[in-house]
Structures are given as C-alpha cells and as structure tokens.
Design a protein around this ligand. Structure first.
Ligand code: UDP
Length: 444
C-alpha cells in the first residue's frame, strides 16, 4: 500500500485459540481471558467496530458461527478433536487452526479484516501468519507469560515448557503492538522478553460496572443459605495450584485454631483446572484434613448474575494467587463494595490499593494470611470504609475504558503499519531476524 494512505478500522479479527469467549469462566481453561475477549468485543461493536472472534471448536454441537451480539461474531474453527485435547497439545493444532482462519478470510473480499488482535501466545502464532498473508497489523496481548509464571510456581505446579517461551518471544518480536495489562507487565515484556518500549501500550482490563455494584447483602446471603451473622471470606476462580485457594483454607484453619468460636465461613466458587488441585475433591479433602470441613462451602462456577450475589454476600474476597497478570475477580469484588485480600504479585498490586481498598500480603504463609485476614475482619467499621473506597477504586476499571485504550493502540498500529508499508518495511516484507537460544529466560 504505497503511497501513504490511511487505513480504516471497521472490522477486527480477534484470535482466541484455546478458549471460547462463550464458555462459562471459572473452570478448566476458561477464566479472565474469556471475559476480556468477550467484553472488549462488545465494547468495540458499540463503537462501530465489528469483531469476529476465532476460537477452536470444542464440541461437535458448536455452530460454525454464533452471533454473540450485534457486531460480534464467534467463529468456531474445527482444528483437532473437539473434546479431550489437552492444552499442552494445542500447539499441534495451530496449523489446522490457521488454515481455518485463512480460509474464512478468503471467502470474503480482500481487506475484510483491518487488524488482528491475538490473545495468548498460541493465538499470537496464528496471528503472525495471518498478518503476513493479509497485510494488516497484528496487536497481541499475552495475558500470561511463561517466564514470569515459572519464576513463581506454586508447589506441585508444572513449569511451562521452553517451547512456550520460544513461541512467546517470536510473537513479541513479530507483533506490531503489544498490550500489557499493567506497567509491571510492560516491564516484564521489556526486561525478560526484549520488547521495545515504544511497541507497548498499557491498557487496564475492566469489570462490567453496570452489573458488579453494591447491593443487598442480606438478600445475597439468603440466596446462598449463608448465616447472616457469619464472617464470609470468598475465593472465586479456577481451582488450580497457581490460584492457591488452599492458602485461604490454611489461613482459615489457623484463625480457627487461634479462636475456635470465630464465626468464620469460607466460600469457594469455581471448578477444577490444570494440575495438582485439579481433582474436584482435593480441596474438600484438604478442608477435612484441616478440620474445617463444616466451615467451608463449595459452589460450582457461577454465571455473572449469580456471581454478583456471591461478591455482595462476602465480607472479604481473597485472591491468594502465586502469579496474576491482573486479577479480574479483585476488581469485580471491589466494584460490589467488597474489600480484597490478595497476594502482592503481578497485577494485583494495581487492582488493589494496599491498606485502602484491601490488603496485599507478602508470600503465602498461612500464619501471615491468618493475621492479615483476622485483622481485617476484627475491625468492622474499617472494613466498611475499605468497601466504600474499593467501590470507588473499581470505577477506574471499566470495559469502556479498556475499549478506548485498545482502540488507541489499534489506531497507532494502523498508522505505523502504513508508514512502514509505504517504505517497504512492513513486517511481511522483512527478513526474520532468526532464532535465539533460550537460556533460563535470557535471550542469547
Ligand atoms: N468467573 C465466573 N464464574 C465463576 C468464577 C469466575 O464468571 O464461578 C469469572 C470472573 O467473573 C472473572 C474471571 O472468571 O471475570 C476470572 O478472571 P481472573 O482474572 O480473576 O482470573 P483468571 O481466570 O484470568 O486467571
């Protein structure tokens, strides 16, 4: 495209290979990324930018294309077996997935998509190829990074394979722009993955603030049969070692050892995911081993209209993760006026204002968590003030705001691409710089 002319932005191809935006989050591989992909697409469509989300079909019952909302299509691409394909085997299906994406585009007029936004490194690999074929910019969001995750693994967790880190580095190098959830993630992209600063945009994820807002606590408790007099501390999310719901159980046991009559209830909402704690019964067994089985209530993954009641019913929401690129649960809980106790890792330092809207705990020792949680629950008036401040803090994180940030990044990507295209420097015309050796996460 030379001489220079400005590109329009009417339709974006969003790639989400390994998890569908239509899946129920909170179990298996469905979590914050699904919510992010769907919510940002809905906001794009409201701003007049159509979105087509490509994801891998995981059931023979999946329709090839589903309209999630006006202007948002979900395309279920057949790539490999519908069910039972382990996440670690997904790289074997990237070629099939890419073929599906390219064939779909070929059915349309040239220039059907103006830009590609890939989520997670697997999608980044497909986006890299499609970008070169279509001559449009590639914007990539990593969501999590293998090198960062491997640096803070939970006990019993399996390290991410070197192949993932190689794939991530390729995408970081090839993408036209990179979206980081927080400044800390931007720093990790630069320092660990060698990304150039001027290629990164920091765009915070959000929460559906129209849904997640304070409400009637007594009614919410009644909906789940929770005693109105108990102190309720809640974990919401995929049950896996990295998310560390066991830390909350151990902290609760510690509090109850110190004060056996404490009216404490732990609510665990979510389903199994990944390894280690993946067995549905393992947390139930842990609660029994700790002698607190009667103080723990387990709920399966909840849809958003029930989840809002979970947050309202809770005195504190706990996010004890070992690694967290952002932590949507922390924002959703605060939006409902519920303070958060979180591990001081990754994006949680941005999501929670330490001492104001919740408490950030260093490390994962049960006694540290018990002390921090115990002191939060002991001062009810300060807890109520924290809840007020939490609600206001969450106002900074809306999907509307996220969409504006993404659009700004897309426009930058289009302009830069145009300039490079007019100078015959577009990525598709460039020679790859070649492969690097991976040595303990350092590019050699
Ligand atoms: N979630 C849900 N129902 C559940 C548990 C979780 O809808 O029972 C959603 C939750 O609302 C949040 C997402 O799953 O938007 C989890 O995102 P987060 O960033 O906290 O964790 P991730 O799954 O990305 O590690």
């Amino acid at each position: 495209m030379s001489p220079l002319q400005s590109r329009r932005l009417t339709r974006v191809a969003v790639l989400s290979v390994h998890t569908s935006p239509l899946a129920q989050p909170g179990t298996g591989d469905a979590g914050g990324m699904n919510v992010y992909v769907l919510q940002s697409a809905l906001q794009m469509a409201k701003r007049g930018v159509e979105v087509e989300i490509f994801t891998r079909a995981t059931s023979s019952a999946d329709e090839p294309v589903v309209e999630a909302a006006p202007g948002v299509l979900v395309r279920n691409v057949v790539a490999g077996p519908f069910e039972g394909l382990d996440k670690h085997d997904l790289p074997t299906q990237l070629c099939a997935f890419a073929a599906g994406v390219l064939r779909e585009e070929a059915r349309n007029q040239p220039g059907h998509y103006d830009l590609i936004h890939s989520h997670y490194w697997l999608s980044g690999q497909v986006g890299w190829l499609a970008r070169d074929r279509w001559g449009v910019p590639l914007v990539h969001t990593a969501h999590t990074l293998a090198a960062v995750k491997n640096a803070s693994l939970a006990e019993g967790d399996t390290p991410e394979p070197a192949a993932r880190e190689i794939g991530e580095r390729q995408v970081v190098e090839e993408a036209d722009r990179l979206i980081a959830n927080t400044a800390e993630e931007a720093k990790q992209l630069i320092e660990t993955y060698g990304a150039p600063l001027d290629k990164i945009d920091v765009v915070s994820p959000g929460a559906d603030l129209a849904r997640y807002r304070p409400g009637d606590r007594a009614a919410a408790r009644a909906a789940f049969g929770i005693d109105p007099l108990e102190s309720v501390v809640t974990f919401v999310g995929r049950i896996q070692p990295l998310k560390a719901p066991d830390v909350l159980l151990r902290a609760a046991a510690e509090i109850l050892t110190r004060r056996p009559d404490a009216p404490l209830r732990v609510l665990v909402v979510g389903g199994p995911s990944g390894t280690g704690l993946a067995r549905p019964d393992s947390l139930i067994e842990l609660a029994a081993d700790l002698g607190i089985a009667d103080r723990v209530t387990f709920l399966p993954p909840q849809p958003p209209d029930r989840l809002v009641e979970v947050y309202r019913a809770s005195d504190v929401v706990a996010v004890p993760s070992y690694s967290e690129s952002f932590g949507l649960v922390a924002i959703e809980a605060q939006a409902c006026g519920t303070p958060v106790i979180a591990a001081d890792v990754g994006g949680l330092g941005t999501a929670v204002r330490n001492g104001e809207t919740g408490i950030l705990v260093q490390g994962h020792r049960a006694d540290d968590w018990a002390s921090a949680l115990g002191s939060m629950l002991a001062d009810r008036s300060e807890l109520a003030r924290m809840g007020e401040r939490a609600h206001h803090h969450a106002d900074n994180f809306s999907w509307e705001h996220t969409a504006e940030g993404l659009l700004a990044s897309y426009r930058k990507a289009l302009v830069d691409y145009d300039i490079r295209d007019s100078r015959a420097e577009a990525p598709a015309q460039r020679r790859p710089r070649g492969m690097w050796k991976i040595r303990r996460g350092v590019r050699a």
